[in-house]
Every structure is written in structure tokens, then in C-alpha cells.
Design a protein around this ligand. Structure first.
Ligand SMILES: C[S@@+](CC[C@H](N)C(=O)[O-])C[C@H]1O[C@@H](n2cnc3c(N)ncnc32)[C@H](O)[C@@H]1O
Length: 200
């Protein structure tokens, strides 16, 4: 049965744009606070790839999925490299939620992570970031440099480490006119889009 935390995560994912039938990659999924509700939203025809370097967290997630009867969540254990092994353009939504403590803007793995997100994402896909432990505008610039364009952002109560906390979600799409995955684009040269922060 869904508890309050799960209901909140589900609401956040729906607000972000996760829909029935989609393929989601939750990079740095932890024990599944967002991956489990994502699995419930996308349903039997959808799929959630839950990726983490921590085998214990993935085991906990797999147990939660099993006890909730979810068969559409596949765990991916990595050695810490920002690589998923998924096909190019095979994912509708990439979640990068509360993982930036491990990928600071000074870390060369951050551009590699963003390049991987770009590679696996379909052209009309969505990359959703929940920045914690990082300067939000600096991260936004890094993400834009990796070929994404901010679509919308919203602020309000989110779930951080399993607890309610005020925060922001930033949703990106692939920048128009950017043909090369991971290409460094000057965000000023990308067609300006109207973005807004909405309180939830
Ligand atoms: C604070 S938790 C966030 C979990 C989940 N995304 C959430 O918002 O509830 C960060 C997770 O990122 C994972 N992580 C950190 N560095 C990673 C890396 N290089 N590759 C894969 N996972 C990583 C950690 O193991 C941890 O489970």
C-alpha cells in the first residue's frame, strides 16, 4: 500500500510529466523512493531502469518492487561510471534526483553523466533534475552546455532522503538544432524558451 512519501513522489513525477507506458531511467535510484512510484505510473506497458552503484540499495529496491507486485522495474548495478548500457534514444524520461553530491560541477564525470543521459534519451524525451547539495544555477548551466534546454521548473515540497523538504525540480528537453549528442552548445544561441517556476 502506498504511504505518504510514496504518494508525494508519485505526485512529483506526474507533475514532471511521467506517463503510462513510458520508459524511465532513474540514475542513482537509491532504495527506490522515486523508482517505485515511477513503476506504478508507467504500468505494465512501461519500464523503469533503476540504476545505482550500491548493490544493497538495489536489493532493497528489488524487494520493495516484489512486495508491491511490480514486474516492470529492472535494476542496473554499475561500478560508478556514468554509463547505463542502454540503447541510444531508448528512454522517455531520465531522472537525476539528488545525486549531485556525488557529481559536483568540478567533477569531470558530471559532463559524462549528462552525455549519457543525452545519448539514451529519445529526441522528444525529458530529463528531470532534482538538485540538492549543488548550486542550482551552476548545475543548470552545465546541463545546458551538455545540449539540453530548460522546459520548466517547479518548487515546493519534495522528498529528500525519504523525508519532506522544500526543493526544486528542473525539467529539460534536448535543445532544438543540436544534432550531436553531448555537443557543447552556447545556451545563448539556442532559441529562447519561456520558462517559469511554479509553486506546488
Ligand atoms: C542521495 S541518494 C538519492 C536516491 C534517489 N535518487 C532519491 O532521490 O531518493 C544518491 C544515490 O546515488 C547513488 N550514486 C552515487 N554515485 C553514483 C554513481 N557514480 N553511479 C551510480 N549511482 C551513484 C548512491 O549510491 C545513492 O543511492
Amino acid at each position: 500500500m502506498a504511504n505518504k512519501t510514496e504518494s508525494k513522489c508519485r505526485e512529483i513525477l506526474k507533475r514532471t510529466g511521467v506517463r503510462k507506458g513510458q520508459v524511465v531511467l532513474d540514475f542513482g535510484c537509491g532504495p527506490g523512493n522515486y523508482a517505485i512510484p515511477a513503476g506504478k505510473i508507467v504500468g505494465n506497458k512501461g519500464k523503469v531502469y533503476a540504476l545505482d552503484k550500491d548493490a544493497y540499495k538495489l536489493k532493497e529496491l528489488a524487494q520493495r518492487a516484489k512486495s508491491d507486485g511490480l514486474k516492470n522495474i529492472e535494476t542496473i548495478e554499475t561500478g560508478g561510471e556514468p554509463s547505463s548500457g542502454l540503447e541510444d534514444s531508448s528512454v522517455d524520461v531520465v531522472l537525476l534526483y539528488d545525486i549531485f553530491w556525488y557529481f559536483p560541477v568540478t567533477d569531470p564525470r558530471l559532463p559524462r553523466l549528462l552525455k549519457e543521459a543525452y545519448r539514451v534519451l529519445r529526441d522528444d524525451g525529458l530529463m528531470s533534475a532534482y538538485p540538492e547539495h549543488i548550486e542550482i544555477e551552476e548545475l543548470k548551466q552545465e546541463i545546458e552546455r551538455a545540449g539540453f534546454s530548460l522546459q520548466n521548473r517547479f518548487a515546493g515540497q519534495l522528498i529528500h532522503d525519504g523525508n519532506p523538504q522544500q526543493g526544486q525540480i528542473l525539467n529539460f528537453e534536448k535543445a532544438k538544432g543540436n544534432d550531436s549528442p553531448g555537443l557543447q552548445v552556447n545556451s545563448n544561441s539556442v532559441r529562447a524558451k519561456k520558462t517559469s517556476t511554479i509553486e506546488i
